[in-house]
Design a protein around this ligand. Sequence first.
Ligand code: SAH
Length: 464
Amino acid sequence: MEFKKNQIVEVIIEDIGINGEGIGKISGYPLFIKDAVVGDRVRAVLTKVKKTYAYAHLNEILEPSPDRTAAPCEAAKTCGGCQLQAYTYEKQLDIKQNKVRNNLIRIGGFDAEQIDGLMQPVIGMDHPWYYRNKAQYPVGTDKDGNPITGFYAGHSHRIVPCENCLLNRQENRRILKIVLDYMKRNSIPAYDEETGKGVVRHILTRCGFTSGEWMVCLVINSKDSRVLVNVKELLDALMEIPGMTSISYSSNTERTNVIMGKHYVTLAGRSTITDTIGDCAFELSPLSFFQVNPEQTVKLYGKALEYAGLTGGERVWDLYCGIGTISLFLARKAGHVYGVEIIPDAIEDAKENAKRNDLLNTTFLVGKAEEVLPKHYKETGEGADVIVVDPPRKGCEKSVLDTMLAMKPERIVYVSCDSATLARDLKILCEGDGTTRYEIKKVQPVDMFPQTVHVETVCLLSRE
Ligand code: SAH
């Protein structure tokens, strides 16, 4: 069958793509259709026709899928941040469970029956909204010259106004209103990416869920805070918000996509807020990396700790440790924990957090895991009892996996935010190096990011 641009087709959606788009097939030819849900029968118009697939625009849902639900967000179609919000939450969890399973089988080459025997049901949330503890709103100007905040329209830097993201705490709306009103009253212009002119670039907010403390940081396009004319008016208004603890600004005059500047200056209140995960307390600055879904983080780290199976004397490594959140969790139960992280500020935070929690059985090392771990092993020849890894999406470098095999830990706990690279790396660890090899014991997906296509997985490997 021949396909042409602008052709109108009717198709049943059979599958979901990596970005949440629906996939339907006509005589084996796949069509990728944004906003279509698995199980829908739709009418769509072809927008881009390639040799082996096409993109199509959803025109009409002829028969809705039983897994469809009314997307509650006003910006569902334009924003694209919550790719799965037209699916019932139950179905979202099902999609994530299958994604992990299929990647382990397809990419990892593991046996389907084996994986089905090891996989635990994905841990979801009771209320899968308003779960984020941090938000970063870009600031721009509407056609009448008024300051606005919202999100970037897909693949662009045009700001779509929206102050009511349903993943963020509702207090944000009040904060945004105060900042925008203040900007308007004092004629403080929003930053303009095209010209590099203007003042306010982003509004960052952060909330300690357990402490109830709030932080606001304005990212400004100037090294001089006098551009924030009449700032006392802003500070007084923000300080009225219950729990407001820290207000600051960060200068970012670079013309890049990086949101935050390198430093920040406190304007009112404390310089950090406190939050706890389980029984560990953390001081967070506007620049700190911290898991964004605290309710699920406790569950995720709880699993990682359970899988680590610590009894008190173990030598443990926590690679890609960030500000040491998992490391400290582990240190309560281990002999000694070594944390490795590439960002120097995060390691400084990790050391402070260790001190604050009286966990002196920790050592934090700055550098790339693929350099620090092989070097340490080469110099000391020391093995490990347990190694925990929580790499970014691209997974672990081969040299990290090779060194882990050489260090022969009893158990490896792999925390992953991308099940495709997880599967690739598990394959290497399970094939082994001729002397040592591992076997997967448990796979636990955790829904850290409801409404989105992302899924976190904790995996326990045991030495054969
Ligand atoms: N375990 C932490 C952070 C996980 S995010 C937590 O749960 O909070 C992954 C971390 O890996 C980030 O902090 C990132 O800065 C760090 N990272 C990225 N590449 C790295 C590398 N090559 N070596 C060490 N750390 C790296």
